[in-house]
Design a binder for this molecule. Structure first.
Ligand code: GLV
Length: 333
C-alpha cells in the first residue's frame, strides 16, 4: 500500500506530479489555506503531511495523527511547526533550503532599491497624474545605495547572498549573527559587529535570521532608537522579528527613513494596519522566493524529501536530526 499524504495546497507541477505518482495523495483544492480543523481531520490517517509556512502544525495536529511520520514543508523557514514536539514523537520535519537563496536575496535587493529610490512612490506619482513638471531638482529624492553601508542581520545562506550583491554596489558591509561567517567575511569583506553597532552605523539594515524565541521582536522600540534617521530597514525573513508597532512609531515620527517589508506579524496584513498609511514603506505579500524556477525546485524538494523517507533513507533536508534516535525512516515504497 502506498503511503498516504495530505498536501495542504496545490504545489507547482514538478513536485506534485511526483507526489501523485508515488503516494496515495490528497490535495486541498482551494487557493486559501485549509482551516486548522481540516488539517487535524486529514492528519488522522495519513503517513505524511506536505505543508506551507502558513499552516500551523502544532501539538494539536500531532495528537490527532497517530500514523504521521514526516512533515515535508515547502519553505526554508519552519517556525510554523513545533519541531520539538515532532522530534519527541519520531516525526521527521524537512524544509527546502538552498534553492531559494539567490531568488530571496534578489528580492531583498529589489526591496532595498525600491525603498531607497522611491520606485513604488514614483510609480504611484505618475499613475495618479501628479507628474505636472517635467523635471525638478527636488522631485522624489531618495538615497544612494552605491557606496553606502549595509548591515546584514543573519549571515546564513541568504544573508551571504545579500552581502555578495552589496559588494557589487561597493558597499561597506557589516553583519551580525550568533556565529561568525569567515567565508562571507573573506568573499565580501563583511565586518562582524554586535547588533547595536550594526544598527547605529548602517544606512540599510536587512534581516535574514530565522524566527525563534531569541529573534522574536529583536528589532524593538529600544533597538530602533539606535538606527540612523536616514536609514532603511528591509525584512524578507519573518514579520515577528520586528515589533511592527514600534517600527510604525519610528517611521511615523521620522526617526528612520523607511522600510521595505515582505513579511508581517500577521499575514495577510490587516487593512487596518497603520503601516499601510505611510508613504515611506514598500510592501510585498511574502513573495521573496516567488520565481517560477525556484518555486518549482522547492516543490520538487518537498517530493524528494518524502520519497527518501519512504524509501528508507534519511531525507536530504532533515531539520530535526535527533529524530533518528526515535525512529528510522520507514520503507513503504
Ligand atoms: C519563505 O518565507 C520560506 O521560508 O521559504
Amino acid at each position: 500500500m502506498k503511503p498516504k499524504v495530505y498536501v495542504t495546497r496545490e504545489l507547482p507541477e514538478r513536485g506534485l506530479k511526483i507526489i501523485k505518482e508515488r503516494f496515495d495523495a490528497e490535495v486541498w483544492p482551494e487557493y486559501g489555506p485549509p482551516p486548522k480543523q481540516v488539517i487535524i481531520e486529514k492528519a488522522r490517517n495519513v503517513d505524511a503531511l506536505v505543508t506551507l509556512l502558513s499552516d500551523k502544525i502544532d501539538k494539536e495536529v500531532f495528537d490527532a495523527a497517530p500514523n504521521l511520520k514526516i512533515v515535508s514543508q515547502m519553505a526554508v523557514g519552519y517556525d510554523n511547526i513545533n519541531v520539538e514536539e515532532a522530534t519527541k514523537r519520531g516525526i521527521y520535519v524537512t524544509n527546502t533550503p538552498g534553492v531559494l537563496t539567490e531568488t530571496t536575496a534578489d528580492f531583498a535587493w529589489a526591496l532595498l532599491m525600491a525603498v531607497a529610490r522611491r520606485v513604488v512612490e514614483a510609480d504611484r506619482y505618475v499613475r495618479e497624474g501628479k507628474w505636472k513638471v517635467g523635471w525638478h531638482p527636488m522631485m522624489l529624492l531618495g538615497r544612494d545605495v552605491y557606496g553606502a553601508t549595509i548591515g546584514i542581520i543573519g549571515a546564513g545562506r541568504i544573508g551571504s547572498a545579500v552581502a555578495r550583491r552589496a559588494k557589487g554596489f561597493n558597499m561597506k558591509i557589516l553583519y551580525y549573527d550568533v556565529v561568525r561567517n569567515p567565508r562571507m567575511e573573506e568573499e565580501t569583506g563583511a565586518k562582524f559587529v554586535d547588533v547595536d553597532t550594526l544598527l547605529k552605523e548602517s544606512d540599510f539594515i536587512s534581516i535574514h535570521v530565522p524566527l525563534t524565541k531569541e529573534t522574536y521582536h529583536m528589532i524593538n522600540a529600544e533597538k530602533l532608537k539606535l538606527v540612523k534617521k536616514t536609514a532603511y530597514i528591509i525584512n524578507t525573513a519573518r514579520g515577528p522579528i520586528i515589533d511592527e508597532r514600534a517600527l510604525y512609531e519610528a517611521l511615523k515620527e521620522g526617526r528612520i527613513a523607511g522600510a521595505a517589508l515582505d513579511v508581517f506579524e500577521q499575514e495577510p496584513i490587516s487593512m487596518d494596519n497603520p503601516l499601510l498609511k505611510l508613504d515611506n514603506v514598500v510592501f510585498a505579500p511574502h513573495i521573496a522566493s516567488a520565481s517560477y524556477e525556484t518555486r518549482s525546485k522547492m516543490a520538487e524538494m518537498v517530493a524528494e524529501n518524502l520519497v527518501a523517507f519512504f524509501e528508507g533513507r534519511i531525507p536530504p533536508n532533515l531539520v530535526n536530526p535527533d529524530v533518528v534516535k526515535v525512529r528510522n525512516p520507514v520503507k513503504m515504497l
